[in-house]
Design a protein around this ligand. Structure first.
Ligand SMILES: NC(=O)C1=CN([C@@H]2O[C@H](COP(=O)(O)OP(=O)(O)OC[C@H]3O[C@@H](n4cnc5c(N)ncnc54)[C@H](OP(=O)(O)O)[C@@H]3O)[C@@H](O)[C@H]2O)C=CC1
Ligand SMILES: O=C(O)[C@@H]1CCC=N1
Length: 314
């Protein structure tokens, strides 16, 4: 493993989002928002990225990024359309953010190996193992450490755009140089919280935290819908459902167990237990748990180059 030309501490750093769609843009704007905020400035012993590149294919995506990064004029963002090689050549750190089945299109191209040499490539792709990415770049050939890039997996979520991502960083084996570990922590703590877990647990982390905001949004919407059905205006119902979930999360984060929260609210003979029984009859708890299990299994299929993996569901 090398930490040569792009080792933190050696000049201004450029971070490229190689595939900057829904997640990539959430990460990019989350980082830009964080580093633009003087109150969040922190001293580091290494050089943090100050220049950014966003890679896309279409004009439409290019315009979308342009609009999204406009408020952060203090940090230059270059948007490149179908110029991936140029982006990687200019970058020190690359975040790979395409769809899992597109890896070859982005990485198995002439010149890419050389452009990646000695650099840090962080993949946020669901289900694609480090070995698969390395295999795509080097076509299965043995490459000396000094000539290769270092591939790391991380699994953030779209709440990155509001600084509330939950990112799992896969523990590399062999361990990364400390300065790269610190740089990766720096990147993902700009956009939320991080945990480090073995690579073998990336699929369940993808389901719980990567997909999780979608599951939570369904719960949020269901709560608001019920209130709308009973006559509350949509805007108030949405605001109240948000605050209810936020408050519940704060209690849980302070150590209150979910069962205790539930029991404390349920007055004997009251309305809460009445509502809870409906949820239990519908097996909401088991269904949520099974959705995470299902998403974990599907995540593990995503890196196999197969599309329509949900079609295998029984
Ligand atoms: N969405 C999410 O919340 C999460 C996603 N992930 C993972 O993140 C990855 C990206 O997902 P998501 O952001 O939803 O996907 P999107 O389709 O929104 O983004 C993919 C991006 O890659 C770009 N792209 C595709 N092909 C090329 C190419 N050949 N050259 C340059 N750019 C290219 C697309 O550009 P264009 O738009 O112009 O086609 C687009 O900007 C996936 O692997 C997914 O598993 C992980 C956790 C959460
Ligand atoms: O749905 C997906 O496949 C991706 C991975 C996690 C969130 N979105």
């Amino acid at each position: 493993m090398s930490a040569n030309t792009s080792t933190p501490g050696s000049g201004e750093k450029t971070l490229a989002m190689l595939g900057c769609g829904n997640l990539g843009l959430a990460i990019l704007t989350g980082i830009l928002s964080s580093i633009s905020d003087a109150s969040k400035k922190e001293d580091t012993s290494f050089q943090t990225p100050t220049k950014f590149i966003a890679c896309v294919r279409s004009e439409r995506s290019s315009k979308r990024i342009q609009t999204a990064v406009e408020p952060y004029s203090g940090f230059p963002v270059t948007i490149l359309q179908n110029e991936n090689l140029k982006a990687v050549q200019q970058a020190d750190i690359i975040i790979l953010g395409c769809k899992p089945y597109m890896v070859k299109d982005l990485l198995a191209v002439p010149g890419m190996r050389d452009a990646l040499k000695g650099k840090l490539l962080i993949s946020v792709l669901a289900g694609v193992e480090v070995e698969a990415i390395t295999h795509t770049i080097y076509e299965g050939q043995e490459v000396p450490e000094s000539d290769s890039c270092t591939v790391v997996r991380a699994m953030p979520n779209t709440a990155a755009m509001v600084g509330e991502s939950m990112t799992t960083i896969g523990i590399s084996n062999p361990p990364l140089p400390q300065e790269w570990d610190d740089l990766i922590s720096w990147i993902f703590t700009r956009i939320g919280k991080i945990v480090r877990l073995p690579l073998s647990q990336m699929d369940v982390c993808t389901a719980l935290a990567g997909s999780g905001p979608a599951f939570a949004a369904l719960v949020l919407e269901g709560l608001a819908d019920g209130a709308v059905a009973m006559g509350l205006p949509r805007a108030e119902a949405q605001l109240m459902a948000c605050q209810v979930l936020r408050g519940t999360v704060s209690m849980a984060e302070k150590g209150e167990h979910p069962s205790i929260i539930k029991d404390k609210i349920s007055s004997p003979g009251g309305c809460t237990i009445g509502g809870l029984l409906v949820l239990e009859e519908a097996a909401v708890r088991g269904t949520l748990a099974r959705s995470v299990r299902e998403a974990t299994c599907i995540a593990s299929e995503l890196g196999k180059g197969v599309q329509r993996v949900n079609g295998t569901r029984r």
